[in-house]
Ligand binder design. Structure first.
Ligand SMILES: Nc1ncnc2c1ncn2[C@@H]1O[C@H](COP(=O)(O)OP(=O)(O)O)[C@@H](O)[C@H]1O
Ligand SMILES: [Mg+2]
Length: 332
């Protein structure tokens, strides 16, 4: 099992859209067993995969298993929740641990217990690695994909500490370049502080079984999103002029931050997993139908030129999925 965070310290760059479609593509076209964990308190991945009626029923029932059920027992001093109850989504071919707005109430707990983890306290390490403990119960999957909000706060730190890889969707603007730098600075900091915490642990025998001794997350690639593509005279797709400068800078910013600072060794890898154009009305169609974009049909509202766009999206998500599988293989 490999755990992959779909993460960027910038909102609205297509993280959730990529995650839902990638989950479906890896399951349906590569036969992978996929679990989606909606760790964003905004719950957009959950909303993309469950109908409004289903959501009403699920959140009306206090027994429904959500991401909150994973973290909450720790605040009560009850230890980890032993059972995991994901739900299955036929349309996306994957299982899901649904999101929960109450997860944001745990930001403080995770922040406090991170300080305690850095001091070498076992309780702090146990809370900090709550998602590693969860993942230990999810070994039957090939991939676990985490959807996350855009912050560099304690919930996302806990997710990134537990994941094996992260993939960053990004828009082509200066803020995305800054976000790359922020992520690198934060991960370096967390790595250092975890190292201090591990050294401070008094009795090795107490070290929580599924906590990590180092932050081992690797960068598996990036996906550029939603630039306005124009066709040149030769029929090639090109980003419009306003974006070209930024587009050119991305590989170097990725190299200088993620590759040279975070990667374990210099593997020859193409980190550009793919580039997704503006898919216009296919996006709300897929949200409404609760289906992957690449499986939209006439009954979902697809007409005329949209069919070619659906096919194009299938090719694009296919390319991203294959590049990701390849990078994960090379990175080990
Ligand atoms: N390829 C695309 N073309 C057009 N709109 C998109 C595309 N991908 C995402 N969107 C829209 O952009 C917004 C942000 O996407 P989302 O996946 O929710 O980003 P994030 O999870 O990073 O906040 C959403 O309203 C979504 O519907
Ligand atoms: Mg999102």
């Amino acid at each position: 099992m490999k755990a992959v965070a779909i993460f960027n310290n910038k909102g609205g760059v297509g993280k959730t859209t990529l995650l839902c479609n990638l989950a479906a593509y890896l399951s349906k076209n590569h036969g992978k067993k996929i679990l989606v964990i909606d760790a964003d308190p905004q719950c957009n991945a959950t909303q993309s995969m469950f109908s409004d009626d289903e959501i009403d029923d699920l959140y009306d029932n206090s027994k429904t298993f959500t991401i909150y059920s994973v973290v909450h027992p720790l605040s009560l001093g009850k230890g980890y929740s032993e059972v995991v109850h994901p739900m299955h989504r036929d349309n996306f071919g994957c299982d899901v641990i649904i999101g929960d707005p109450r997860l944001s109430l745990k930001e403080d707990l995770l922040a406090r217990d991170w300080s305690s983890a850095v001091s070498g306290e076992i309780r702090g390490l146990r809370t900090t690695f709550v998602f590693s403990e969860l993942l230990a119960r999810c070994q039957q999957y090939d991939f676990v994909l985490f959807d996350m909000g855009p912050s560099l706060g304690s919930i996302n730190r806990a997710c990134l500490l537990s994941c094996d890889y992260f993939v960053s969707p990004m828009s082509i603007d200066i803020f995305s370049l800054r976000a790359i730098e922020n992520i690198r600075i934060s991960i370096e900091n967390w790595r250092k502080n975890l190292g201090i915490g591990v050294k401070n642990v008094e009795d090795e025998n107490d070290f929580p079984g599924n906590a990590k001794r180092e932050m081992s997350i690797k960068f598996a690639g990036y996906v550029t999103q939603q630039y306005t593509a124009k066709t040149t005279g030769k029929g090639e797709k090109r980003a419009v002029k306003a974006y070209e400068r930024i587009m050119k800078k991305i590989p170097k910013v990725i190299q200088d931050n993620f590759v040279s600072h975070l990667q374990p060794k210099d593997n020859i890898i193409d980190y550009a997993l793919g580039s997704i154009p503006n898919l216009h009305s296919l996006i709300p169609m897929s949200q409404f139908a609760r289906k992957p974009i690449f499986e939209l049909k006439a009954k979902d509202g697809v007409v005329g030129a949209h069919f070619a766009k659906v096919q194009e999206s299938k090719r694009l998500f296919g390319q991203i999925a294959e590049n990701l599988l390849n990078n994960v293989e090379v990175l080990g």
